[in-house]
Design a protein around this ligand. Sequence first.
Ligand code: HEC
Length: 144
Amino acid sequence: MRTVGRMAAETLHAVGSILRPGMTTDEINDFVHRDTLRMGARPAPLNYLGFPKSVCTSINQVVCHGIPGSQKLVDGDRSSFVRRARKLQDGAAMALKAIDGKDAAALFHAIESIDRACESCHLRYWYPNDQRARQAAKDQGLVD
Ligand code: HEC
């Protein structure tokens, strides 16, 4: 256990140092696979109850045991994701307050904030390369 624990820690450390924006989770998988074999071990997740890859990678909305694939890592991931999620929270809180106060103008304002929060996050994390969506969001005044 001690030996393989040390091997796993070494691979974890090594893979951490190669992560970069634009890299796919498949590339992470390939690295972990090769590094595990290099040490004379075999990747435990591979074929475990049919799991198809050598490592689990979970991005953003994937809770756990994500399967590596073509999804790419995005720059500034965690903190900017959380910031965008908070904007949505703020918009929802504003909407609830407007409903309690029966304030129609404030409610429309809150809805706009919510729309902006949804779109700003999607443009960055869901469809970052979709120029048409970006232009449409600009035309609607949802992003700068
Ligand atoms: C903090 C980031 C963030 C915010 C805020 C956000 N989303 Fe998303 N949303 C995502 C990501 C990332 C995906 C892509 C999920 C995927 O790849 O499976 C997504 C996907 C979706 C999808 C598609 C789901 C599917 O199964 O394909 C819908 C619909 C959606 N969002 C609606 C909304 C709406 C409506 C709001 C605002 C009320 C919102 N989202 C706010 C990050 C966000």
